[in-house]
Design a protein around this ligand. Structure first.
Ligand SMILES: [Ca+2]
Ligand SMILES: [Ca+2]
Length: 228
């Protein structure tokens, strides 16, 4: 049995030389072609290709004290360890005090703020590439990102052009050897585990049926062939 499996792995090495699955996926995006379900709390500006391309998704505090915010759709946090938020934040030329326009990136769940980071802007860069990362608690199943510029006033030219929210998971299904990536080395590790008589440990019972056997090898191979 072990010899047969080893031969199968050798054959797979030729088929799957580079296939791998890292625990990283895009959760939500905001840009010219992807802004559905994002919420902008400025009643006189709709989110559309024109408003985004003209950089009018502006963040500032209104004269009656309301902070304009841009909020992402709700995304699934199940199984994630952390998220990263990458933002293109545009400061229009002519603003005298760039220091007034830092961007605050908030990670929220359905009931409260989970984390907040405030990012400064580069005075000499009109398009600032800002990023923040947040830990995801095991109990958190849903999340949202909210952007605001707390110190900006109505004369400020601070606007958001694009946002990418990426989720990271280090506890991957199929990551038998625990190196954070699912690849052909996990097939090999699984074959060795089966040969050694491992019964049903969490990382070897890939399909969750309570035993570790050839069907788990098939499950990992399918992940590599088809993506998750
Ligand atoms: Ca692995
Ligand atoms: Ca199994």
């Amino acid at each position: 049995m072990r010899v047969f499996l080893k031969c199968a792995v050798v054959a797979l090495l030729a088929v799957l030389p580079c296939a791998s699955w890292a625990g990283e996926s895009t959760l939500v995006e905001f840009n010219l072609s992807s802004y559905d379900d994002w919420y902008y709390n400025r009643s006189d500006v709709e989110l559309n290709a024109e408003s985004i391309s003209h950089q009018r998704v502006k963040l500032f505090r209104t004269s009656n004290g309301i902070d304009l915010t841009l909020t992402s759709p709700v995304f699934d946090c199940n199984g994630l360890d952390s998220i990263a938020v990458d933002v293109e934040y545009v400061v229009t030329q002519g603003v005298e005090n760039y220091a007034k326009l830092p961007l605050t990136i908030m990670f929220i769940d359905e009931e409260s703020t989970v984390g907040t980071e405030t990012q400064g802007v580069e005075k000499n860069s009109l398009v600032n590439q800002l990023s923040a990362s947040f830990t995801v608690a095991a109990s958190q199943s849903k999340g949202q990102i909210r952007l605001m510029a707390l110190k900006a006033d109505t004369g400020s030219n601070a606007s958001v052009r694009s946002v990418v929210v990426t989720g990271f998971s280090h506890n991957l299904t199929g990551d038998v050897n625990g190196d954070g990536v699912v690849d052909i080395t996990d097939v090999n590790a699984l074959v060795n585990a089966i040969a050694a008589g491992v019964s049903a440990e969490k990382n070897t019972d890939v399909n969750g049926d309570g035993v570790t056997d050839i069907t788990d090898v098939n499950a990992v191979i399918n992940m590599l062939l088809l993506g998750r």
